[in-house]
Design a protein around this ligand. Sequence first.
Ligand code: SD4
Length: 349
Amino acid sequence: MAILHPLLLAFLLLFQANGNEGNNSGRFPVVISTWPFEEAVRAAWLAVDGGSSAIDAVVEGCSACEELRCDGTVGPGGSPDENGESTIDALIMNGITMEVGAVAAMRYVKDGIKAARLVMDYTRHTLLVGEQASAFAISMGLPGPMNLSSSESIQKWTNWKANGCQPNFWKNVMPADGCGPYHLQETGNACSKHNWIGETKLKTSHVGHHSHDTISMAVIDKKGHIAVGTSTNGASFKIPGRVGDGPIAGSSSYADDEVGACGATGDGDIMMRFLPCYQVVESMRQGMEPRLAAKDAMSRIARKYPDFMGAVIAINREGVHAGACHGWTFQYSVRSTDMDDVEIFTVVP
Ligand code: SD4
């Protein structure tokens, strides 16, 4: 084994300390999650430290967040769409087999991650959507149908209506600053159709600084197997039928036992165009450290959409973790064997 020069060693240690990166010294299990969702991480930790598989622990952790309605925006009762309804996007991925189960725009069923797992375990499909996803989940034993609204989501929606349905996700339509129904804009000017960069800049991110709407969690179990999961009720005031990055493998999360895992949060309409978590895992496969892989995935998006808000967490199969973000300050939670409890890491753009 090569012996490091003491100066080089000191430099490496300093670099690590400044890099929003933690080293788990290769000891498992590890749980990592977007945002300071401590209770969710504790629930996953309790399971995996007790000997559960990474997949089971992801279900425990994300379910805890759905039940607690972390930040009011995971699980039922958050992020109303234009009709005031909350729907659920969720995904689970097994890093051993690369199996994925996901549900998108699921109505009337609150248990997103459990529904995703049912898709993975009991079908040959990857993604079920809308009311048919709800019917599937209920037929497989999950509670429903039920109303997913809460007094908070109804209040939020009422305020939005009173504010002329602003902000919203429409572009190039009339009325430009009121509620629908919306119609195609009569431009009479062929050039305006091509003004998409101006459009993108004008419509700054709908993901607010305080809407930490997504839990994305990765777990490495005692055997070193890796799983990830995501659960969210998506973007507030979305056009009904909108599916975000949450149920898209490689976008909101991705895992491969041979490499590591990634989870994402932020403006899913933009992020899903870049598959940032696939990018992170593939960069790590090529030898990139988690910190650089995470930063690289963010900067690929920022080059095209400088105003987007998003963040990723990355963890390699040795348990080295990092986060990177753009457009907001981001926090993520970790529990590993060298910690007494969940620790929160802060990442600046
Ligand atoms: C979405 N990515 O549906 C989610 C929202 C989110 O922090 O993560 N907000 O676009």
